[in-house]
Design a protein around this ligand. Structure first.
Ligand SMILES: NC(=O)c1ccc[n+]([C@@H]2O[C@H](COP(=O)([O-])OP(=O)(O)OC[C@H]3O[C@@H](n4cnc5c(N)ncnc54)[C@H](OP(=O)(O)O)[C@@H]3O)[C@@H](O)[C@H]2O)c1
Length: 333
């Protein structure tokens, strides 16, 4: 069986889940081969737990010495840009956590670097590869609810208030939109494409990042979407797609392992589809990276660069309207 070796940058919460989910993959053997942390002891501890032979505390050592097939970047958002560029320059295929970058300009540069260095890059929008999203797309494609008229989706996590945490600290990319709102934005792009107009509002903290955010998106064909994200309230965490003949409802939490998918016809009748898989679900995006890298592709057709850039444009537009500003934006100016 083929063995695919991952490097991990940022051995935090999601990297721990990722490493766990790699063990669930049956089509090839996926292992962690190298770990980079700011703290060598932490890198060593993660490497020991994952049976990884290499660990580092400096990115130059990591990119020069790690023997890996691809790297998973799982640091706070503001680090995605510089770490991705560094890895691409060393021709390491990159799976970079969402959001791909802090803003469109950074994301564009990252995509250009992937082309320049002929190296694979994909944003870790893991839900694109979940069986639940696959089922949703097949229901839409088979015309189960007719043409889509509107989409309603929200995502929240009532984070314990800590001004230094990555949820509330602008230096670490705090705010609900980039961390959670990106999921409803992703869903609307997947189903309706790029919006024609956006009307957004946000509850800003004294640090000019959004504790909560909401937007109405409108499309040239007359469709529209309502989206919301929050770090300070608990919202429904559901997604509903309303079509001409019925609706599709993805249960809580719609962007993780939902309670199920329900299709309702306006004329009566209901169909339920269960959603179940092992682990968190990160194994599906890892398998996509494996397939792409083995086929020498520079991007995934399922979650391509153009899609990530379009989503980033929408996030930028919402930020412009609501006044969400990050130090990372100023550095670029
Ligand atoms: N796909 C998903 O379901 C999902 C879920 C949660 C988060 N995410 C994304 O993954 C990224 C990381 O989230 P997380 O929840 O895993 O964060 P986390 O637990 O705080 O881990 C982030 C890691 O980044 C490293 N890091 C480097 N510089 C840092 C700094 N200045 N401050 C804090 N940590 C720093 C830390 O490792 P060292 O100190 O050891 O270097 C830390 O372990 C975010 O971009 C987030 O959007 C994705």
């Amino acid at each position: 069986m083929d063995t695919f070796t991952w490097g991990i940058i940022g051995p935090g919460n999601i990297a721990t889940e990722f490493a766990h989910d790699l063990d669930l993959i049956k089509t090839a053997r996926h292992r962690v081969g190298a770990v980079l942390s700011h703290n060598l002891d932490k890198a060593a501890a993660f490497a020991r737990k994952e049976d990884a032979p290499q660990y580092f505390s400096a990115i130059n050592d990591f990119t020069n010495q790690a023997h890996i097939d691809a790297v998973y970047i799982a640091t706070p958002h503001p680090l995605h840009y510089s770490e991705t560029l560094h890895c691409l320059q060393h021709r390491m295929p990159v799976l970079c956590e969402k959001p791909l970058a802090m803003n469109s300009r950074q994301a564009k540069e990252m995509v250009e670097a992937a082309a320049q260095h002929q190296t694979f890059l994909m944003e870790g929008m893991w839900i694109r590869f979940l069986p639940s999203i696959g089922k949703l797309l097949s229901l839409i494609e088979s015309n189960t609810i007719g043409k889509i008229i509107s989409v309603k989706a929200d995502m929240s996590y009532k984070a314990p208030y800590d001004p230094g945490s990555r949820y509330f600290n602008p230096v670490l990319g705090g705010g609900s939109l980039l961390d959670l709102g990106i999921y409803p934005v992703f869903l609307t792009h997947l189903l309706l494409g790029k919006p024609a107009t956006i009307q957004a509002t946000a509850r800003l903290s004294d640090k000019q990042i959004d504790e909560a955010c909401a937007a109405v998106l409108s499309y040239h064909n007359g469709s529209y979407a309502f989206i919301e994200s929050s770090l300070v309230t608990e919202t429904a965490r559901k997604a509903t797609i309303y079509g001409e003949t019925g609706s599709i409802h993805i249960g809580t939490p719609w962007n993780e392992k939902p309670s199920g998918i329900r299709v309702t016809s306006y004329e009566g009748g209901e169909q339920q589809y269960p959603c179940a898989w092992e682990g968190h679900g990160l194994q599906y995006e890892a398998e996509e990276v494996y397939r792409c890298v083995r086929q020498h592709k520079l991007y995934s057709n399922k979650h391509c660069h153009r899609f990530s850039l379009d989503v980033m444009d929408t996030l930028d537009a919402i930020r412009r309207q609501t006044g969400i500003v990050y130090p990372a934006d100023k550095i670029l100016r």
